[in-house]
Design a protein around this ligand. Structure first.
Ligand code: C2E
Ligand code: CA
Ligand code: CA
Length: 585
C-alpha cells in the first residue's frame, strides 16, 4: 500500500470517528456521503438518506434533526440559491443553532468542498451537539448567581434585578420596595440545634418567603439569616407603595413566625424587616439595600418581629395608616359611620333625590370625610363590609321615604367602589338588599366611575345588565375625567352621566371646559342618557349648563351634604318640594 492509500484510510477513520455529524452534498445539492455520527444525530436509517430525494427520509422517519439540516434541501430552488450564494462567498460559514423539543441543541456549520485544483464540487455540513456545553455554561452562571442552599438568587443577581427594576419603574411609573428580612434568633438555633437543622430551617424560610410574594417579585438570600424581598409593580406614589410594602411585610412576618417542625422538634424564629421604597432610579441598588439595612436595625431595636421604614416620614404615614386600619374595623362595630345626603334637583330646583355620601364620626379625630379613609379601606379590604353597610343603610332609607307621601318619589344614589363592584356576588348582594328592604329597585341608583370599568368591560357589562333587569339604575360618576370613549360608552347599559365637578368649576373661565361639557351633553343625548352636573356652586354655572341642555344638578348652590334630619327639613323648606297629585293618593 502506497502513501496516498494510507492517507485516505486515515481520513476515512477520522471522518467516521468524528464526534461531529458530517454530511456531504454535491454541487447540485444531492447528498453523497455522511458519517455514522450524522446518522445517530439525525436518528434516521442510512438507506433513506442518500440519493436525490432525501425529503422522503423525513416523511418516513420524522427525524426533526434531519428536517432542520435539510430545511433547504427540501426546498430545492431555495437550497440551490443558497449553495450559489455560498459558492460566491466562500468565506460564509452559514452557521446556525437549532433547538429541539427533546432538549438538545445542535449547532450547524458548513464549508465549501474543493478539489485540489480549487474547483468547487459541493459542500460539507457539520453538526455538533452543544447541549452539554450550554448546560455547563448555564450551571456556571447559576453557581455565580444563585445561593446553593436555598436555590434563591444571591446578592449579585439581586443587584442585577434591582437595576432592571429601577429601569422598569422609570418606564412604567410603578413603584417598588426592598424588604430586608433578618431572622431574629436564628444564630441561637443554629448553634444549639446544629447546622444541619439550621440549613433546613433556612430552606423552609425560603419557601415561605416565596409563597408570600407574586412571581414577578424576587426573593434573594444574602447571608446566613438574611433574605431580601424585592417587590415590583407597586403603586406609583411613595405612600401607596409603602402601604403595599407594609401589607406584604406583615404577611411575611406572620408566615415566618409560624413554628418549624424539623426532625420531630418544634423551632420558632421571628423576623425583623427593614423596608425602603423606590419609585425610579433615585438610588443606587447598593444604597437602597443599605437603607433597608438601617431600617432593619431599627426594627430590631424596636423589639423585633416588626417592620420599619427607612424614611421616618413614611413611617409616620404608615403608622397613621395602620392605626386607621385598626380603627376601621372597630368603626363598623361601633356604628361610627353615617350617611350624609346631598340633594339632586331639576331645572326648577325641585328635589328629585339625593346622593348618599359616607362620613365617619371618629371618636378622636372628629368628623372625617371619605377622602381621609376610603383609600385605606380599599387597601385593607374593609371597603367591602363598609360598602355593604352603605347599601343596606341606603335601602333602609329609601324604604322609610317610600312610607311618607312627601318623600315617596325620591331616589338615592350610592357610590360603589371598584373592589365592591368586582366581587363575585355583587349582583346577588344588591338584589338581596333590594328584596330585604322591599324597595322599588328603580329608586336606587348605583354610581360607578369609568376607571373601575375599563379593566374588564365585558364583565362590567354583565354585572350592570344583570342588575338593570331588576330595575336598579346606574350613573357614571366623575364623567369626563377618565376614559370617556364614545365607543365604550355605547356598550355600557347605564342610565345617567354625571359631569365631573372639575368641568363645572371651570365653565365660566375656560372655553375648553365649555366645549367638553357641550360634547358630554351631546354624547348623552345621542345615547339617550340622562345627564346631571355635579359641583354646581353658582347660578351662573347653572344657567350655562341649562343653556347647553343639562337639566339636572347637584352642588352647594342647592345644598351641601347634610345629615338626614337636616336633609328632610330642607326638603320641605327650601327645595319647593311639592309632591305631585298622583304621589299623594
Ligand atoms: P363623589 O362621588 O364625586 O362625590 C361628590 C363629592 O363632591 C362629595 O365629597 C361632595 O361633598 C362634594 N361636593 C358636592 N357638591 C359640591 C360643590 O358644589 N362644590 C364642591 N367643591 N364639592 C362638592 P365627599 O362627600 O367628600 O366625597 C368624596 C368622595 O368619596 C366621593 O366623590 C366618592 O367618590 C367617595 N365616597 C363618598 N361616599 C362613599 C361611599 O359610600 N362609598 C364609596 N365607595 N365612596 C364614597
Ligand atoms: Ca358620586
Ligand atoms: Ca363625582
Amino acid at each position: 500500500m502506497g502513501k496516498p492509500g494510507l492517507e485516505q484510510c486515515v481520513l476515512n477513520a477520522i471522518y467516521e470517528a468524528s464526534p461531529d455529524g458530517i454530511m456531504v452534498v454535491d454541487e447540485q445539492g444531492i447528498i453523497v456521503s455522511h458519517n455514522r455520527r450524522f446518522i445517530e444525530m439525525a436518528n434516521t436509517p442510512r438507506a433513506l438518506l442518500r440519493g436525490p430525494d432525501p425529503g422522503s427520509a423525513i416523511g418516513q422517519a420524522g427525524a426533526p434533526i434531519l428536517a432542520a439540516v435539510l430545511e433547504n434541501v427540501l426546498d430545492k430552488p431555495a437550497f440551490l440559491a443558497r449553495i450559489n450564494l455560498l459558492n460566491e462567498h466562500p468565506e460564509l460559514d452559514d452557521c446556525s443553532e437549532h433547538q429541539f423539543q427533546d432538549g438538545r441543541t445542535i449547532e450547524r456549520h458548513t464549508t465549501a468542498l474543493r478539489c485540489p485544483d480549487g474547483r468547487l464540487v459541493g459542500r460539507v455540513w457539520f453538526l455538533r451537539d452543544i447541549t452539554e456545553q450550554l448546560q455547563s455554561a448555564e450551571s456556571i452562571r447559576n453557581l455565580s448567581l444563585y445561593d446553593r442552599l436555598t436555590g434563591l438568587p444571591n446578592r449579585r443577581l439581586l443587584l442585577e434585578r434591582l437595576n432592571q427594576a429601577f429601569n422598569a419603574s422609570a418606564r412604567s411609573g410603578h413603584g417598588g420596595a426592598v424588604l430586608l428580612i433578618d431572622l431574629d434568633n436564628f444564630k441561637d438555633i443554629n448553634n444549639s440545634a446544629g447546622h444541619a437543622i439550621g440549613d433546613l430551617m433556612l430552606q423552609r424560610a425560603a419557601e415561605r418567603l416565596l409563597s408570600c410574594v407574586s412571581p414577578a417579585d424576587t426573593v434573594a438570600h444574602l447571608a446566613a439569616d438574611e433574605f431580601v424581598v424585592m417587590l415590583v409593580d407597586l403603586k406609583a406614589d411613595a405612600t401607596g407603595a409603602a402601604t403595599q410594602a407594609q401589607i406584604a411585610g406583615d404577611r411575611i412576618i406572620a408566615a415566618l413566625a409560624q413554628p418549624y417542625f424539623i426532625a420531630g422538634q418544634e423551632y420558632r424564629c421571628t423576623s425583623s424587616i427593614g423596608a425602603a421604597v423606590f419609585t425610579d432610579h433615585t438610588y443606587l441598588a447598593e444604597e437602597l439595600l443599605m437603607r433597608a439595612d438601617i431600617a432593619m436595625s431599627q426594627a430590631k431595636k424596636a423589639g423585633r418581629n416588626s417592620l420599619r421604614f427607612f424614611n421616618p416620614k413614611m413611617q409616620e404615614v404608615i403608622n397613621t395608616r395602620t392605626s386607621l386600619d385598626a380603627d376601621l374595623h372597630r368603626a363598623l362595630l361601633n356604628h361610627e359611620f353615617c350617611l350624609y345626603f346631598q340633594v339632586q334637583v331639576d331645572s326648577t330646583n325641585r328635589a328629585l333625590g339625593a346622593e348618599a355620601l359616607i362620613r365617619w364620626q371618629h371618636p378622636e379625630r372628629g368628623m372625617m370625610a371619605p377622602a381621609a379613609f376610603i383609600a385605606a379601606a380599599e387597601d385593607s379590604g374593609m371597603i367591602l363590609p363598609i360598602g355593604q353597610w352603605v347599601l343596606e343603610t341606603a335601602c333602609a332609607q329609601l324604604k322609610a321615604w317610600e312610607r311618607d307621601s312627601h318623600t315617596r318619589e325620591l331616589s338615592l344614589a350610592v357610590n360603589v367602589s371598584g373592589t365592591q363592584f368586582r366581587q363575585a356576588d355583587f349582583v346577588a348582594q344588591v338584589n338581596a338588599a333590594v328584596t330585604r328592604h322591599g324597595i322599588k329597585p328603580s329608586r336606587l341608583k348605583l354610581e360607578l366611575t369609568e376607571s373601575m370599568l375599563v379593566g374588564d368591560i365585558e364583565e362590567a357589562i354583565v354585572i350592570i345588565s344583570a342588575l338593570k333587569q331588576t330595575g336598579v339604575r346606574f350613573a357614571l360618576d366623575d364623567f369626563g375625567t377618565g376614559y370617556s370613549s364614545l365607543q365604550y360608552l355605547m356598550r355600557l347599559p347605564i342610565d345617567q352621566l354625571k359631569i365631573d365637578q372639575s368641568f363645572v368649576r371651570d365653565l365660566v373661565a375656560s372655553k375648553n371646559a365649555r366645549a367638553i361639557v357641550r360634547t358630554i351633553i351631546a354624547m348623552a343625548r345621542s345615547l339617550d342618557l340622562e345627564v346631571i352636573a355635579e359641583g354646581v356652586e353658582t347660578d351662573t354655572e347653572k344657567q350655562l349648563l341649562l343653556g347647553k341642555g343639562c337639566g339636572l344638578f347637584q352642588g352647594y348652590l342647592f345644598g351641601r351634604p347634610v345629615p338626614l334630619r337636616q336633609f328632610e327639613a330642607e326638603l320641605k323648606n327650601i327645595w319647593h318640594y311639592e309632591p305631585q297629585r298622583s304621589w299623594v293618593d
